[in-house]
Ligand binder design. Structure first.
Ligand SMILES: [Zn+2]
Ligand SMILES: [Zn+2]
Length: 342
């Protein structure tokens, strides 16, 4: 398979072939001929310092268009139309232009969930919405799902952290009362991180994307434009350095967990952590999602589905009456709990 993108013409009938998530290969929509994709490149980690010099086009033919509604830049191959913005459902009226050079992805996780399966998962998710106003389901079904590759950074690093903290131990005093004695402590922990993900999209909230995890990143393939045939891809909106801040905050959670285990005792407090990073490398990868955006009472709501696992995460309109009821119920439970505890 040549990396020359855009025209994945069917050898039998000349129609444009598209990636088929169920068959895991290119399939001709006209005559159903199939074609395996064999990536040429390899999926190497890139040292942080070699960030410059990575500017390449997604493909020689890729077009891109900016949504006037939400500002997201979507890329696609000729033959597809920009149509509706996958992120905010606004109609795209701007003229597409040739994609500007950018860091072309190193890896891509091909779609594995078909649009039908994703629609079923989203329908089940909407059906389970406890807070949703009753008329939401009808509204939500009016918009279809679009398959989009979302840009991510992944980071590898070895960390060396020095922490300070306190160790708590229970003891029984002279009056027979259980007491917690704290002693100051410090130490160091070493961690190795592999493929810590940071979304490089601002068109979908980070929390919503985090809710799509876990991804099985061992299935990521070296980038090949053929995987994008029939789908859109979003240009990254978060710079490599800013993505690292997100990844570093995830690493910090793991490092503090290690420090807590290192402290030992009955209870632990971590008061400070200083971390040095070694062997910091990154990859730019595209991960597949199905996105539905719908309008409800003038507001836009998103539902996204992980197109590898089928996991759904979405935004829900909230009915004021149902929220009031839920808050009341929570208060009753809290009071009951406080009452039983005494
Ligand atoms: Zn064909
Ligand atoms: Zn938009």
């Amino acid at each position: 398979m040549a990396t020359q993108a855009g025209k994945f013409q069917c050898a039998s009938c000349g129609a444009g072939m598209e990636w088929d998530p169920a068959a895991a290969r290119l399939v001709c929509p006209a005559c159903k001929s199939g074609l395996e994709v064999h990536p040429l490149g390899s999926l190497d980690e890139i040292p942080f310092a070699e960030f410059a010099g990575q500017q390449r086009r997604l493909s020689e033919t890729a077009l891109e268009v900016r949504c006037g509604g939400c500002g997201a830049v979507t890329q696609f191959e000729p033959g597809q139309v920009a149509g509706k913005c996958p992120f905010c459902a606004a109609a795209i009226v701007m003229q597409p232009k040739a994609a500007d050079p950018l860091i072309a992805p190193h890896g891509v996780l091909p779609f594995a969930v078909t649009s039908d399966r994703a629609a079923g998962a989203v329908k089940a998710w909407l059906g389970g919405l406890w807070f949703a106003p009753n008329d939401l389901k009808a509204v939500a079904q009016q918009e279809g799902l679009q398959g989009v590759y979302i840009p991510y950074w992944t980071y590898d690093a070895e960390t060396y952290s020095e922490y300070s903290g306190r160790r708590g131990k229970w003891f029984v005093d002279q009056r027979g009362q259980r007491q917690l004695a704290w002693t100051e402590c410090s130490g160091s922990v070493v961690c190795a991180f592999d493929d810590v993900l940071a979304p490089a999209s601002k068109a979908v909230q980070p929390a919503r994307l985090d809710a799509l995890e876990p991804w099985r990143l061992d299935a990521v393939k070296p980038y090949e434009a053929a995987y994008l045939a029939g789908f859109k891809a979003q240009r990254y909106q978060v710079e490599l350095k800013d993505g690292f801040s997100h990844a570093a905050s995830k690493m910090r959670v793991a490092i503090e967990g290690m420090a807590v285990r290192d402290i030992g005792g009955d209870q632990q407090q971590v008061t400070g952590v200083r971390t040095r990073y070694a062997g910091l490398t990154f990859k730019h990868v595209l991960l597949p999602v199905w996105i539905g955006a719908y309008r409800y009472r003038g507001q836009v709501f998103q539902v996204v589905a992980n197109a590898q696992s089928g996991t759904v995460s979405g935004e829900r309109p909230v009915s004021a009456a149902k929220v009031a009821l839920a808050v009341l119920l929570a208060l009753i439970l809290l009071c009951a709990w406080l009452y039983l505890r005494d």
